[in-house]
Design a protein around this ligand. Structure first.
Ligand code: NAD
Length: 504
């Protein structure tokens, strides 16, 4: 197939697929083979305008649905997703590269939020105070914002949009999703499912594209809020621009997650956990562990145990019949960037214990593979330590004490996730209080909170006040109104009084 014959991945506007007004496209690769398999349409301003006009119409209709009717659509979506999630997992693996079981796992974590959102009638009840003053009742209403924007990264093409849209829709908003242009098909599949579940046209829109689409959403007065997940520099740009334009905004950024290993920890559990959390999804997870802080004297033994386990990992095409443990990275450019971080670490004095540079898979020589890499004694001044690598590179840093490890974690610019491994409950409790990070695991390496808690980091891992999903999600996607009402009782009607209202 020549480049021109490749299929074009469309937008979803006004309840139908469309390649839009513009003629700009970007290639979409299969990372396991390295071959372009499609092009994705890149929105121009005319597409942004069409998407938002349709979303406004969708909002007018959807926000008028009764609670029971909206809830029945959410339940229908949940049933369809549950029955057909295998199709979605295949799409994810083909465009992202993660292995099928991991693609399924991200869908299941997203489905949790759908299931939480089906309970929205209970979660969106206002409060009522009867007789706040004599004959006066005060109550609050939680109303939708209107048209809301969701901008997502490549690494969780199904789960990250699902952190937001189930709750946004449950609350009565219309949603415009701008997926990553690297793996855009998952959102399009989800849009079709919403249509089947019964949402009116315009309520769930997919706008494919790049900075043009993002800036169009940020500039439009139609868009009431932005939920962004991606790298820190873009998160900061989104936060500042959206806030300047008067929008509600939550912008989740990058991460550098440390695992602190105390000498009393079970080192086999630690080694298993470090390998799972460091190399799952080829390290392309914002909650991946990228640094193991080994409190001496355990570092030598721990490095040996991690090295042993790495030797057993199978790397290959995630769609293969005999599923490997780890697939490729998202692009050739990203693979080369990951490789350059290993060069930097080595030049700065780290010991390369397992070297994934130049790794190839037989029969997939052009795939974007990078082998699992273990670095020991990484200097904390190295860019390989301070910056997010976002690949299968696990760095071990040796520290003398709990205090030294904690100080390193707290000195970093990110604060997404962290974990402590110990059998000492007192130390773990101290850690949860002292560490400046938003999500903490105690003998749990990837502490992604369940749907009824909220997901989000501290510092440069989250710009804004609201985390994703849970109670934060219901607050973010609604605006509260307080109503003070008096129905006149002719017997107590009080005449003219220019004073400020008091509860006399
Ligand atoms: P990215 O920042 O490159 O892209 C994210 C989104 O922003 C995409 O939709 C992209 O099209 C858009 N975008 C990119 N450049 C832009 C620009 N200049 N102007 C406007 N929009 C732009 O991130 P990515 O590479 O797709 O994803 C990986 C990053 O996401 C990592 O840093 C990872 O840590 C982070 N991430 C964070 C979380 C979290 O919960 N904190 C979760 C997943 C991923």
């Amino acid at each position: 197939m020549t480049d021109n014959e490749l299929p074009v991945i469309a937008h979803w506007i006004d309840g139908a697929a469309t390649t839009g007004a513009g003629d700009r496209t970007a290639p979409v690769y299969n990372p396991a083979t390295g071959a372009a398999q499609a092009h994705v349409a890149l929105a121009d301003q005319a597409d942004v305008d069409a998407a938002l006009a349709s979303a406004e119409r969708g909002f007018a209709e959807w926000s008028g649905y009764s609670i029971a009717r909206r809830q029945s659509v959410l339940f229908a979506f949940r049933e369809l997703l549950n029955a057909r999630k295998g199709e979605l997992a295949e799409i994810i693996t083909a465009e992202h590269g993660k292995v099928r079981s991991d693609a399924m796992a991200e869908i299941l974590r997203g489905q949790e939020v759908v299931e939480l959102a089906t309970g929205f009638p209970h979660l969106l009840k206002g409060a009522y105070s009867e007789n706040a003053s004599t004959g006066v009742d005060v109550y609050s209403l939680k109303q939708p914002l209107g048209v809301v924007g969701i901008i997502s990264p490549f690494n969780f093409p199904a789960m990250v949009p699902m952190w937001f849209f189930p709750i946004a829709l449950a609350a009565g908003n219309a949603v415009v999703v701008k997926p990553s242009e690297k793996d855009p098909s998952a959102s399009l599949w989800v849009a079709r499912l919403w249509k089947e579940a019964g949402v009116p046209d315009g309520v769930f829109t997919v706008l494919q594209g790049d900075k043009v689409a993002v800036d169009g959403l940020l500039a439009s007065p139609v868009v009431q809020s932005i939920s962004f997940v991606g790298s820190t520099p873009i998160a900061q740009y989104i936060y500042e621009t959206a806030a300047r334009n008067g929008k509600r905004v939550q912008a989740l950024g990058g991460a550098k997650n440390h695992m602190l290993v105390l000498p009393d920890a079970d080192l086999d559990l630690v080694a298993d956990s470090a390998v799972n959390a460091g190399f799952g999804a080829a390290g392309e997870r914002c909650m991946a562990i990228s640094v193991v802080l080994a409190v001496e004297p355990v570092a030598d033994a721990l490095v040996a145990k991690i090295q042993e386990r790495i030797a057993t990992l199978r790397i290959g095409n995630g769609a293969g019949a005999d599923e490997p443990d780890m697939g490729p990275l998202i692009s050739a450019a990203h693979r080369d960037k990951v490789s350059s971080y290993v060069d930097t670490a080595e030049a700065d004095g780290a010991r390369v214990v397992v070297d994934g540079r130049g790794f190839t898979v037989d029969g997939h020589e052009d795939g974007f593979f990078f082998g699992p890499t273990l670095l020991d004694a990484v200097p904390t001044t190295s860019r390989a330590y301070t910056e997010e690598i976002f690949g299968p590179v696990l760095s071990v840093v040796r520290v003398a004490s709990y205090e030294d490890g904690l100080a390193l974690i707290n000195s970093g610019e990110f604060g997404n996730g962290t974990a402590i491994f110990t059998n000492d409950g007192g130390a773990a409790r101290r850690f949860q209080n002292e560490v400046q990070v938003g999500m903490i695991g105690i003998n749990v390496p990837i502490p992604v909170p369940v749907a009824y808690h909220s997901f989000g980091g501290w510092k440069k891992s989250l710009f804004g006040d609201a985390k994703a999903y849970g109670a934060h999600g219901f607050d973010f996607f609604t605006r509260e109104k307080a109503v003070t009402s008096r129905w006149l009782d002719p017997a107590t009607h009080g005449g003219i009084n220019l004073g400020f209202p008091q509860n006399a």
